[in-house]
Write a protein that binds this ligand. Structure first.
Ligand code: B12
Length: 241
């Protein structure tokens, strides 16, 4: 707990020699560090401070919170930390996201009259949803109606949802190399059912890439939520042109 300003300054000074040296703003950097330290209270406190100091919400989110959680993910990948730490990092991240979310809800990335319907879910066998939920918040902020299918969505349920809701865009999130194949399977199933032409398909999540989008025949990819929203708007314009 930071008790007073001098202690706060000390904390920020220490952050200068941090693992996140590429993050210029010391306060944003200390948010990334606090997530990396699995310190949920500190994350909440520093995120609130950053909000009070009018730091850009996307910087807090991407350069602070997301940067921190990805570092813990990397350590997990190297076997340096284990599942409990991964879960604590997720909780720390969520503590910050909760505070930033109201600001994201007010953020318009591009002014738009009427955006479309976006159906989204995390693919089968995959429970990661923090990024998907952030994307949903930002889609709604930009006028999209969103149907959230949740996590571990079976391939067939994506297809049924396209049939039922007739969305402009179907989005699929996959955070693991062993689950990303489901994105391609859903594209194939939609083709088989004759539904592919009716909908634009976007994919995202850590292991995905523009190359993966092309490989599976999807239409859009987003490295992060604001890039994804921009791409979604472009796809809508293309579809309506
Ligand atoms: C937090 C986390 C968890 C939390 C998830 C909590 C939750 N409710 O989501 C918990 C602890 C539960 C967890 C569990 C597991 N995890 Co995990 N997890 C992570 C971690 C550290 C961060 C993910 C995250 O939230 N990132 C922050 C958000 C904001 O970023 P994001 O998800 O990428 O989303 C952004 C963009 O990708 C994009 N986006 C996301 N979705 C979409 C969709 C569309 C359509 C578009 C356009 C864009 C888009 O916009 C988002 C916002 O900017 C990652 C590491 C990493 N590098 O991703 C590992 C990671 C994904 N997990 C991993 C693993 C292995 C697991 C487990 C299997 C561990 C285990 N042994 O049980 C389980 C999975 C169980 C299952 N069946 O799913 C591995 C996957 C390895 C691999 N290559 O396959 C990773 C990469 C860690 C690692 N390096 O080893 N995990």
């Amino acid at each position: 707990m930071v008790e007073d300003d001098s202690e706060k300054d000390d904390f920020l000074d220490q952050a200068d020699e941090s693992r996140f040296a590429d993050v210029e703003d010391p306060l944003i950097r200390s948010i990334a560090e606090a997530v990396d330290d699995l310190d949920e209270d500190k994350v909440a406190e520093l995120t609130q401070q950053a909000i009070d100091e009018d730091k850009p919400p996307l910087d807090i989110l991407q350069r602070g919170l997301t940067n921190g959680v990805k570092t813990v993910g990397d350590k997990f990948g190297r076997g340096e930390v284990f599942l409990p730490e991964l879960a604590m990092a997720a909780d720390a991240m969520k503590a910050g996201v909760e505070l930033v979310e109201p600001l994201l809800e007010e953020m318009e990335i591009a002014e738009e009259d009427e955006a479309g319907l976006f159906v989204i879910g995390t693919v089968d066998e995959d429970i990661h949803n923090i990024g998907k939920n952030i994307l949903i918040t930002m889609l709604k902020a930009n006028g999209f109606d969103v149907v959230d299918l949740g996590v571990e969505v079976p391939n067939e349920d994506f297809v049924e949802a396209v049939d039922e809701h007739d969305p402009d865009i179907l989005g699929m999130s996959a955070l693991m190399t062993m689950t990303m194949d489901h994105q391609g399977e859903v594209v194939e199933l939609l083709e088989e059912e004759g539904l592919r032409e009716n909908v634009k398909i976007m994919v995202g999540g850590a292991p995905t890439s523009p190359e993966w989008r092309d490989e599976i025949g999807a239409d859009g990819y987003g490295d992060n939520a604001d890039a994804a929203v921009k791409r979604a708007k472009e796809l809508l314009e293309d579809a309506r042109a």
